[in-house]
Design a binder for this molecule. Sequence first.
Ligand SMILES: *[C@@H]1O[C@H](CO)[C@@H](O)[C@H](O)[C@H]1NC(C)=O
Ligand SMILES: *[C@@H]1O[C@H](CO)[C@@H](O)[C@H](O)[C@H]1NC(C)=O
Ligand SMILES: *[C@@H]1O[C@H](CO)[C@@H](O)[C@H](O)[C@H]1NC(C)=O
Ligand SMILES: *[C@@H]1O[C@H](CO)[C@@H](O)[C@H](O)[C@H]1NC(C)=O
Ligand SMILES: *[C@@H]1O[C@H](CO)[C@@H](O)[C@H](O)[C@H]1NC(C)=O
Ligand SMILES: *[C@@H]1O[C@H](CO)[C@@H](O)[C@H](O)[C@H]1NC(C)=O
Ligand SMILES: CC(=O)N[C@H]1CO[C@H](CO)[C@@H](O)[C@@H]1O
Length: 413
Amino acid sequence: MFTKQTLLAFVGALALATAKTTTVQSPTQDEVEAARATARPYSPVSNVKGLAFDRFVNIWLENTDFETAAMDENLSKLAKEGILLTNYFAVTHPSEPNYGASAGGDTFGMDNDNFWQIPSNVSTIADLFDTRHISWGEYQEDMPYAGYQGIRYPLSGANQYVRKHNPLVLFNSVTDDAVRPRQIKNFTTFYEDVAHHSLPQHMFITPNMTNDAHDAPISVAGDWVSRFLPPLLKDQNFNKNSLVLVTFDESGNYTHPNRVYSFLLGDAVPKHLRGTTDDTFYTHYSIIASLSANWRLPSLGRWDCGANLLKLVAEKTGYVNWEVDTSNVFLNQTYPGPLSSKNYSSKWAVPATSGDCTAGHGIYNTVKKTYRGLKPTYDYTSPVPYDKTSGNNIGITYHRTLKHGKKETRVTG
Ligand SMILES: *[C@@H]1O[C@H](CO)[C@@H](O)[C@H](O)[C@H]1NC(C)=O
Ligand SMILES: *[C@@H]1O[C@H](CO)[C@@H](O)[C@H](O)[C@H]1NC(C)=O
Ligand SMILES: *[C@@H]1O[C@H](CO)[C@@H](O)[C@H](O)[C@H]1NC(C)=O
Ligand SMILES: *[C@@H]1O[C@H](CO)[C@@H](O)[C@H](O)[C@H]1NC(C)=O
Ligand SMILES: *[C@@H]1O[C@H](CO)[C@@H](O)[C@H](O)[C@H]1NC(C)=O
Ligand SMILES: *[C@@H]1O[C@H](CO)[C@@H](O)[C@H](O)[C@H]1NC(C)=O
Ligand SMILES: CC(=O)N[C@H]1CO[C@H](CO)[C@@H](O)[C@@H]1O
């Protein structure tokens, strides 16, 4: 629904014009040039063995329904070389809360694409990686320099880089750090990192607003991925027991189920699974959980805690995924929260600090310390992110049969 998005962008721009309080949000070109001259991209490397893969590459395209993307010849051709995930859902609309959710495990009620700085007591996947020194980085096409925090670039005219498509920059626990922002780099640095054998083990890749189909037809994104990925998949500096996910931030129509066309590629996909489909129910939160399970990392204690694991990973750990009845799954809106424009609530969601999570390695210590003694806001053990208070995504049934034959059935609510 491009009209709705355009309107939100317009409202965002108006807010900017009236409230230029920080140069972080909307720097001048001179400020950009000065910062660029001294910016030092940082490219740590590591080689921590994972259960199912040693490297994970997450590539996000924009705003397209599953069925629409499936009709694109270039995308469907690529998907046939790997595993097509037929039941992968985004978690809300519009873009930014989905990107934020992929790093922080919650949307915090975000229902807009505004300039946000999420408080430093919210942990992210960067913290999880750091517990085992797993190198990570982001590559954002057309970002003017590593660590740029402005709302967009260029400063005027057609958008190329936008902050709302950059997961980790939204979190103060990342931007307050002296080093972490330098791991958020552009495509110039990506190709340098490929050439210098300095790619990290986890990377999030955001093409620009044309290449990701935000401001162009899906065929442009299909063509871009088909030019970008195949040469890399032939390059051992990139494809080294790597699992590559190509997915979309959200579907294109807000009233349709938020199911997005997603597929796995890379040499970590076993040969016998190439050209197959996997109909397990996944959300963006499943990726955090799968990274945790793969590298024996703790959970954020948020919606990653109960999320299904990528089958490739679940088969290694023995975890039994839930089968979700998706007939009423929309995941097309969020719940009240401090980042909501339509339904503001001052309360920052409290994560779980005890109990088991699907990844099997407990909850991150800092989360446990920060939120000790507080009641979790939601039932984070559910594979479906829902909110009984606002009646959002309730009544969804999920079930599974455990290895010894025990059957379990639950309903959200
Ligand atoms: C990418 O970032 C580097 C390092 O911060 C910077 O020098 C370079 O100019 C940027 N490239 C583009 C295309 O903006
Ligand atoms: C997006 O990237 C492509 C190259 O990948 C470039 O040709 C184009 O000018 C960039 N920006 C826009 C707004 O299309
Ligand atoms: C929205 O739905 C219509 C009708 O089903 C479809 O033709 C269109 O491609 C969808 N839009 C997007 C961006 O996926
Ligand atoms: C979500 O989808 C349902 C069913 O189509 C629709 O009634 C509802 O308005 C949608 N919510 C939003 C926020 O678009
Ligand atoms: C986390 O930070 C937010 C914003 O500063 C604050 O409202 C909240 O109380 C903090 N949570 C805890 C558990 O300290
Ligand atoms: C706002 O949240 C309340 C519950 O907290 C819910 O009843 C209501 O439907 C929500 N409104 C919107 C516009 O999402
Ligand atoms: C890069 C690439 O392979 N692009 C292809 C996308 O699909 C169209 C139509 O099939 C082809 O003409 C392009 O070559």
